[in-house]
Write a protein that binds this ligand. Structure first.
Ligand code: AHR
Length: 501
């Protein structure tokens, strides 16, 4: 059996987790909105048309913030189309995904739905085809108390109180040539600065996210962030990062090593933010919003054959397998271990579209990636501890010295529990994982949850929704503050440890 170890100390803190790192994303894309969260004709719908089965699973995860309405969708979107009487809302051609948008569900429906989901909004404005004016108007509609054109329009639409949306994204992936209204770093940096200035003049309490790169491999990566931040540093609060991994090459060892790439991406963007901070002699720190991350590739071929200009097609409907759950687990661990700078992160997306939750006419079910996401959100709140992990390593096609064990330790000071998240990336060996927590005194393992499957390609489907599911392990021992756990081969683990008083 392979062996790995972890040592930590309650005084060695990375920082407090901002719960918003367990955020998600709902775009007007495929069946995310229509059939995902809203489907009046479904037997699962409430009287507003919101799917109750989806809401239950969203609440099971505990999603503190949800980005909306895009994504690529936002870059040619008129927010005004989505408010007011539904019968008067226009049907539009939607250019990003070449479908028809009916606008039956819009901004106010989303804020109503969020209340039922116990979540909050992260709203994106259109800086593709539009600019400062549309951005300040939608902000006035959402956040201004009343007595002005747009705030009174909101009241006329039945919303007396402002929505008070705190976090706003200044466009989406503006570095990407695929984006409607794609811009150079100088063009975007200037527009984002001016838009942010107008928005904060209207509501100084909001937080702004400026677009960073759409991926680490973008040709403009690095220069883009430095140029954009040079314009916007004083106005914005976060810079965004996006990343999606795939296993088209069917090289699982290399696929699972991608969390190393994600960590490098975060560290590089932090370095760029701090470079601009130094250059400007600023006292302000810019933090990171990793507002799109996931695995995305299973649906690529099916999507290339989709008929265009339909409403809510089955688009980006990746069916996730066991190895995807392992990488999602490792990506969550990476976000947790970078919680001092990553303050917001959004698993893209939430329902039906590259999502942990799927729906059909017969109900809703949990994909494999649901479990690590739900566990991290449920048990990963508190203070992240610095750990020293000694793990055997491997080399893959694109990465060197990849640890077989990825792990993070979160101390919840309120309950005084420590949760250790760990992924074992070995395909053929269990790992004996010994955790030295002597600083915490007399401790014991309360619960060890394992998600594992012999077949890395195992999936959950409508017909077989519990093929991959959590089980409990009882093989762990604690002695004198050192706990020894068995991490089964190719597994996601949540180990809850309590102090015995
Ligand atoms: O999440 C799917 C798409 O991926 C988003 O619309 C876009 O921002 C990214 O390219």
């Amino acid at each position: 059996m392979l062996k790995a170890s972890l040592i930590t100390d309650k005084h060695f803190k990375i920082g407090k987790v901002d719960p918003r790192i367990y955020g998600s994303f709902i775009e007007h894309l495929g069946r995310a909105v229509y059939e995902g969260i809203y489907q009046p004709e479904s037997p699962f719908a409430d009287k507003r048309g919101f799917r109750k089965d989806t809401l239950e699973l969203v609440k099971e995860i505990g999603v503190p913030i949800i980005r909306y309405p895009g994504g690529n969708f936002v870059s040619a979107y008129n927010w005004e189309d989505s408010v007011g009487p539904v019968s008067e809302r226009p049907r539009r051609t939607e250019l990003a995904w070449q479908v028809i948008e009916s606008n039956e569900f819009g901004l106010n429906e989303f804020t109503d739905w969020l209340k039922l989901a116990d979540s909050s909004a992260m709203m994106a404005v259109n800086l593709g085809t539009r600019g400062i004016d549309a951005a300040r108007n939608v902000l006035e509609y959402c956040n201004f108390k009343g007595g002005t054109y747009y705030s009174d329009l909101r009241k006329k639409h039945g919303y007396e109180n402002p929505h008070n949306i705190k976090v706003w994204c200044l466009g989406n992936e503006m570095d990407g040539p695929w984006q409607i209204g794609h811009k150079s770093a100088d063009e975007y940096g200037h527009l984002a600065w001016e838009t942010g200035k107008a928005m904060k003049a209207l509501d100084p309490d909001i937080e702004l996210v400026v677009c960073g790169s759409s991926g680490l491999m973008m040709p403009t990566f690095g220069d883009w962030e430095a140029t954009v931040l040079d314009y916007c540093y004083d106005t914005i609060d976060y810079v965004s990062l996006h990343t999606y991994y795939n296993n088209h090459a069917d090289d699982s060892a290399d696929f699972l090593a991608n969390s190393v790439g994600m960590n490098d991406f975060i560290k590089s963007v932090v370095a760029t933010c701090d470079f601009v901070k130094g250059k400007k002699h600023s006292k302000k720190q810019i933090n990171l919003s990793f507002d799109e991350w996931n695995v995305w590739y299973h649906s690529n071929e099916a999507d290339s054959k989709l008929e265009k200009w339909t409403h809510a097609p089955h688009q980006l409907e990746d069916v996730y397998n066991m190895e995807d759950a392992l990488l999602v687990g490792s990506m969550l661990i990476t976000l947790i271990n970078n919680c001092d700078r990553v303050r917001i992160a959004c698993l893209a997306q939430l329902v039906n579209v590259i999502a942990p939750i799927m729906t059909s006419d017969t109900g809703a079910w949990r994909q494999t990636i649901f479990y690590p996401y739900m566990h991290a959100s449920n048990y990963g709140r508190g203070t992240v501890l610095k750990t020293i992990v000694d793990s055997p390593v491997y080399d893959s096609k694109n990465y060197c010295n990849v640890p077989y064990v990825d792990s993070a330790a979160v101390w919840n000071e309120e309950t005084d529990d420590i949760t250790i998240f760990a992924v074992n990336k070995s395909f053929d060996e269990d790992i004996e994982f010994s955790c030295d927590l002597r600083q915490f005194g007399n401790i014991s393992v309360n619960e060890h949850i394992v998600v594992a499957h012999d077949d890395l390609k195992a999936v959950n489907t409508e017909a077989e929704p519990y093929n991959v599911k959590p089980v409990y392990s009882d093989k762990d021992k604690c002695d004198g503050g050192i706990c020894t756990m068995i991490l089964p081969k190719q597994s996601w683990n949540v180990i809850k440890i309590s102090r015995n008083h």
